[in-house]
Design a protein around this ligand. Structure first.
Ligand code: FAD
Length: 485
């Protein structure tokens, strides 16, 4: 018989947003029951949180069995079953295994799934969670050539990490890493891709992932709904192809996939005469620039689509252009008592001029935490202001083994012609770019050990007029920290 339960707070999703939200609300309301419903067997928890500067934060992620959370918060119950239905008007959720939950406040943190080029094509792989990363590794071990499609963070890391396999990388832009960088930064990074041997990272501080699925009682059936990997997802997973020493990366710029063929399909197509020259491969990719490449498989790393399917039918959610659940500055969706956080939501408030949403780990944590505080404020009928973390976009990560810090409108997003760039670059060492608008700093890209993040963060936050400093701002002989102290 299906069970029915009344719970004051229900959170859906065992990723960073959901777990952070559940922990925060469970600690704020220790005598109320909090339920975390998740499709994945392990939950993701933030550990070793470090506030590096006013807005920059770094932390590790641990995948843990749910009982660890339950032991820490006795009022928190974690149930592993995917939600299949939401009746927002009735405040009712139903899970795959038939349990029904009547909630007072609900927070949806169901993340996203890879935007696949082609859904049911066995030659196309998306990377999202531990399962799909392992599937990728398995297939790579016998592969001689793969085609990578996409130009975001995942594609960047992937092409850099793969060894022993030829990589054809198709990017739709004029430069690699367009989501994070401009052409100058891309130029700075390209030699790292061409380098023969990469040194093992000695600076890596981030999480290694638990990949022992048997320990978690992993059924495999829920793999589509696993939580997203994050920084250093490839750590501990050897990404080696079938070739001995080849590390050939070939980049095709400004193109997308036109068509994917199997061998049979290629033979029957207008390109059948090219089969001899293309060689024998399990799949062929025709790009929009007309070129065709044979490959073992294709990795689709073209972003994520918010996981909203179980929640939309029969309800009245406002959905953003990127298909996320639109939330206001209190993380409320358009359905009463339903909040959302992390990759599943789209920030619908008027953002600060130096913040933008990007579906990143830090924002998942910040949104989960802030959503819990908003739910609490709602229940207690207390006012709450938009958290300071949404004042300035800031992200710290690593690409190609370089430390990368992105601040504000780091790519002059939304500024049109109304900006000026200052760049300083030392090959193989650092790349510093500052975005100025009206003489004030509005963004920066810092690659390498520049030690400039705190000073620049302050300059962006306080919007000081920097006109009189001109290019001196990036003069390496001036200690900029002293300058502005
Ligand atoms: P998720 O982590 O996706 O969690 C969603 C949760 O919801 C999961 O537990 C899932 O099982 C559950 N769920 C889904 N549907 C249902 C349902 N119907 N019922 C119940 N539960 C459900 N970000 C960075 O900042 N830096 C990086 O270097 C970086 N690298 C990345 C590399 C890869 C390969 C990927 C895929 C992502 C990367 N990201 C990175 C992005 C980052 O991982 C995400 O932004 C972040 O994990 C989002 O967290 P979330 O909690 O919103 O969603």
């Amino acid at each position: 018989m299906a069970s029915e339960k009344q719970v004051k707070f229900v959170i859906v999703g065992g990723g960073i947003a959901g777990v952070t939200c559940a922990e925060q609300i469970a600690s704020q309301f220790p005598s109320d029951e909090v339920c975390l419903l998740t499709a994945s067997p392990l939950v993701k928890k933030v550990t070793n949180f470090r506030q590096i500067s006013k807005t920059l934060e770094e932390f590790d992620i641990e995948e843990q069995p749910s009982h660890v959370l339950e032991e820490k918060y006795p009022n928190l119950k974690v149930l592993q079953s995917a939600v299949r239905l939401l009746k927002a008007r009735e405040h009712l959720l139903e899970t795959e295994d038939g349990q029904r939950f009547f909630y007072r406040k609900l927070c949806l943190c169901s993340g996203g799934r890879p935007k696949l080029l082609s859904k049911d094509n066995p030659h196309v792989l998306g990377i999202r969670d531990t399962d799909s990363a392992q599937e990728f590794q398995k297939r790579l071990s016998t592969a001689k050539r793969i085609v990578v499609i996409g130009n975001g963070g995942i594609a960047l890391e992937l092409v850099y990490e793969v060894e022993g396999c030829e990589v054809i990388w198709a990017v739709k832009d004029k430069a690699i890493g367009n989501t994070f960088f401009d052409a100058g930064a891309a130029q700075f990074l390209i030699p790292s891709l061409e380098a023969d041997r990469r040194e093992a990272s000695s600076l890596c501080k981030r999480a290694r992932y638990t990949t022992d699925s048997s320990a978690a009682g992993h059924s495999g059936s829920s793999s589509e709904l696993g939580s997203a990997l994050g920084p250093d997802w490839h750590e501990g997973i050897e990404l080696r192809g079938a070739k001995q020493s080849v590390r050939g990366i070939h980049i095709e710029y400004e193109c997308e996939v036109e068509q994917i063929y199997t061998q049979q399909e290629l033979l029957q197509s207008e390109h059948s005469t090219k089969t001899a020259e293309l060689g024998v491969w399990p799949a062929y990719v025709q790009l929009t620039n007309g070129k065709i490449y044979g490959c073992d498989f294709i990795v689709s790393a073209t972003g994520v689509v918010p996981n909203t399917d179980p929640f939309l039918p029969g309800n009245n959610f406002d959905v953003a252009a990127d298909l996320g659940l639109l939330v206001d500055d209190h993380m409320r969706t358009s359905e009463a008592d339903v909040f959302a956080a992390g990759d599943v939501c789209s920030a619908g408030w008027e953002p600060s001029s130096i913040w933008q949403q990007m579906r990143l780990w830090t924002q998942a944590r910040q949104m989960g935490w802030y959503a819990a505080r908003c739910m609490a404020a709602d229940v207690l009928d207390e006012p709450i202001e938009l958290d300071f973390c949404f004042e300035l976009f800031s992200h710290i990560t690593k690409f190609f083994n370089y430390k990368v810090v992105l601040l504000g409108k780091f790519n002059a997003q939304g500024l049109g012609q109304d900006h000026e760039l200052l760049v300083r670059c030392t090959k193989g060492q650092e790349y510093v770019k500052v975005v100025l608008s009206g003489g004030r700093m509005v963004g920066a890209v810092l690659i390498g050990e520049t030690d400039l993040e705190e000073t620049f963060e302050n300059l962006i936050l306080n919007q000081m007029d920097l006109t009189r400093y001109g290019e001196e701002l990036l003069n390496p002989n001036i200690d900029i920290e002293d300058y502005f102290d």
